[in-house]
Design a protein around this ligand. Structure first.
Ligand code: 7RM
Length: 634
């Protein structure tokens, strides 16, 4: 029997062991028993991580949209698949059943075909968080087109780069989008981007805000009339296991963004398996992940993972601060959310606000809370646990990456222990390891090092679009034969992992290796601190010294130097005097990526006194924060 759904600690231990001893059998059973195949595989996995080349389920044939939709029709055709909560809190939510979703995906797929899109073509999706985005994703998958979703907060230039890099033939967008009190002219951004691109043959436009927009004849088409003419029957394209399913861009620390390629069968198996276990989804649950589908978290844990399990998945169009900072909690109460999955940046932002905005909403439906995207500091973890989970909801701190396709390290709610600031244990089937500076695996259990994965897993990225050499160089060259994550981690005596941050964030002060996450965690425990970021800067004696950027909570008024001393006292008592900050700058905000990660690269430049050359900051969430920091830097 397969270990698809882990229900006890004994089963967790057994699954972990079996997956290590015989990965082929482990994944064979899971794949065979829980998915729909047109043909099964000849081999479960073939791998050579030095090339690197990996295939999973070679010889198998399938369609992932069939697994998400058709497979659920008989048992749960009338169950809500997508629960859409619009930006406007007074507009009514939309419930799309599995039956309806199936029809809408098929109809959309026929529109794609009518515009000449075929298996293997790339289609760029530049859409707000409205049902059409999920439908377009599934429609591409249905006909074997490769979707490339670009987060609709990216600029025209960023969009153009991504359209060109994988030579998309079509863009799907909307006339505009709602974001809180604002509207954004998405179509205008697409028009601007397309001035720089060559390959786009057609643009499909969803009407969302009914704005006046330019429609280029023979290139731009309103979606609604095309849908009205299309049939709602569309047989799924039969795909090979290793046919690409999607490309998703992730920005590297240097160079142009990397088009991470995920393939069909392995991605499906792992998205389904990880969703089921990490969120322990039960039939009547209402699951909500607040990410945008423009990120991997949205791909795997708003669309594919939930639908593969016949779940009800919430899509929220708006922002956490509109109409007020209680919006998340209002939605939890309104839809009786059972699993809530968000990012530390959102938790920290909401924890700054008055508790009355949480307390006026009934959050008793919640069973499981999740965190993803960055290390979650202890302060934020406890706030989440106390005020949102009321100390009765296990928190899953899920560590994974775009390149991984699915959650790699996490606790399993109710089964393995959650530990603040620790992602804890790998899911069965995942084999992380820690490496030392000499490139050797550290065999002691309690250790600190660079985190790698030493055996392939089904949803690992197969390549970077159009640049296999860069894929090899970035992920497989540092530690030959292993996948290098780029993150540093600590492992405790029980094997629990604590992610200490990107390795490029590791700072060596007077010969001591310091991760940014534990220091920031200590700072954030100060009651007046909202969030912080620590970077290194050159120092005559220490080699490198620490520079902290600290954002305070709304209420304040304390003397800054007194606060600096208190912050350093916290660090000294949590970590040791070695980790004390040389300089502490109080800031209005910290520069963040659109997905909410703190951009330490920019802070490092400022701390080094070299703010003339910060690189492209236009894709930041809050470029204005940068100027303020430069103006007030030491
Ligand atoms: C899912 C996602 C990946 C990077 C990764 C880490 C950091 C993500 C956690 C985390 C500590 C976590 N994909 N990261 N989750 N660090 N604890 N639970 O975010 O490709 O956009 O980013 O994010 O550094 O390498 S991603």
């Amino acid at each position: 029997m397969s270990h698809y759904h882990i229900k006890s600690i004994a089963q967790f231990n057994q699954a972990t062991q079996e997956a290590k001893d015989n990965p082929e059998q482990f994944w064979h059973d899971i794949a065979l028993e829980n998915f729909m195949w047109r043909n099964t595989w000849d081999t479960v996995v073939k791998h050579d991580l030095t090339m690197p080349s990996v295939t999973w389920f070679e010889g198998a044939q399938l369609n992932i949209s069939e697994n998400c939709l058709d497979r659920n029709l008989a048992e749960r055709g009338d169950k809500t698949a997508i629960l859409f909560e619009p930006n406007d809190p007074d507009a009514s939510a939309e419930k799309i059943t599995y039956k309806e979703l199936h029809k809408r995906v098929c109809t959309f797929a026929n529109v794609l075909k009518s515009k000449g899109i075929k298996k293997g073509d790339r289609v760029c999706l530049y859409l707000p968080m409205i049902p059409e985005l999920a439908i377009a994703v599934l429609a591409c998958a249905r006909i074997g087109a490769i979707h490339s979703v670009v987060f609709a907060g990216f600029s025209a230039t960023a969009l153009a780069t991504r359209i060109d890099d994988c030579a998309c033939k079509m863009v799907i967008t909307s006339d505009g989008s709602y974001r809180g009190a604002k509207t954004i002219d998405l179509k205008g951004i697409v028009d601007q981007a397309l001035e720089k691109c060559n390959g786009i043959e057609s643009v499909l436009v969803v009407k969302r805000i009914a704005s006046e927009i330019l429609m280029v004849p023979d290139r731009d088409f309103w979606l609604a009339p095309l849908l009205a003419q299309a049939s709602d029957i569309c047989e799924p394209e039969i795909m090979d296991a290793e046919d690409p399913l999607f490309v998703l861009y992730t920005s590297g620390s240097t160079g142009k963004p990397k088009g991470i390629v995920h393939t069909t069968a392995g991605y499906m198996v792992y998205a389904g398996y990880s969703f089921k276990n990490v969120f322990q989804y039960e039939e009547d649950d209402v699951y909500w992940c607040t990410a945008d589908i423009g990120w991997i978290t949205g791909h795997s844990y708003i669309v594919y993972g939930p639908l593969l399990n016949g779940a009800t998945t919430v899509m929220f169009e708006g922002v956490p601060t509109y109409p007020d900072v209680g919006r998340f909690w209002e939605i939890v109460a309104k839809h009786k959310i059972t699993q809530f999955y968000t990012a530390p940046t959102a938790i920290r932002a909401l924890a700054k606000e008055s508790l009355s905005l949480v307390e006026k909403h009934d959050l008793s439906s919640l069973k499981i809370l999740g965190s993803v995207g960055e290390p979650i500091n202890e302060e934020a973890w406890h706030w989440y646990d106390d005020h949102i989970g009321k100390n009765k909801c296990p928190i899953v701190d899920t560590w994974w990456q775009t390149e991984n396709g699915g959650i790699m390290i996490t606790s399993i709610p109710g089964i393995t222990e959650s530990i603040p600031t620790y992602a804890t244990l790998p899911l069965p089937g995942i084999q992380p390891c820690l490496m030392d500076e000499n490139g050797n695996e550290i065999l002691e259990i309690k250790a600190e090092g660079r985190m790698c994965v030493k055996f392939p897993w089904p949803s690992m990225a197969r390549t970077i679009y159009g640049n296999h050499e860069r894929y090899k160089e970035t992920y497989f060259a540092s530690f030959n034969g292993k996948y290098f994550t780029g993150d540093g981690a600590l492992r405790d005596e029980l094997g629990n992992y604590r992610i200490t941050g990107r390795v490029d964030d590791v700072i060596i002060v007077s010969g001591h290796n310091l991760g940014t996450a534990p220091i920031e965690d200590a700072i954030d425990q100060h009651p007046l601190v909202a969030e912080s970021a620590v970077v290194g800067f050159p120092h005559d004696i220490k080699g490198t010294a620490l520079y902290g950027f600290v954002t305070l909570k709304n209420e304040q008024g304390k003397d800054e130097n007194e606060l600096r001393n208190e912050v350093n006292d916290m660090i000294a008592s949590e970590i040791g005097p070695i980790a004390k900050l040389e300089k502490i700058q109080f800031t209005q905000g910290l520069p963040k990526t659109r997905s909410g990660k703190i951009m330490r690269r920019i802070l490092r430049k400022i701390a080094e006194g070299d703010s003339s050359n910060l690189g492209d900051i236009s894709t930041l969430l809050n470029p204005e924060a940068v100027q303020d920091i430069i103006d007030n830097a030491f």
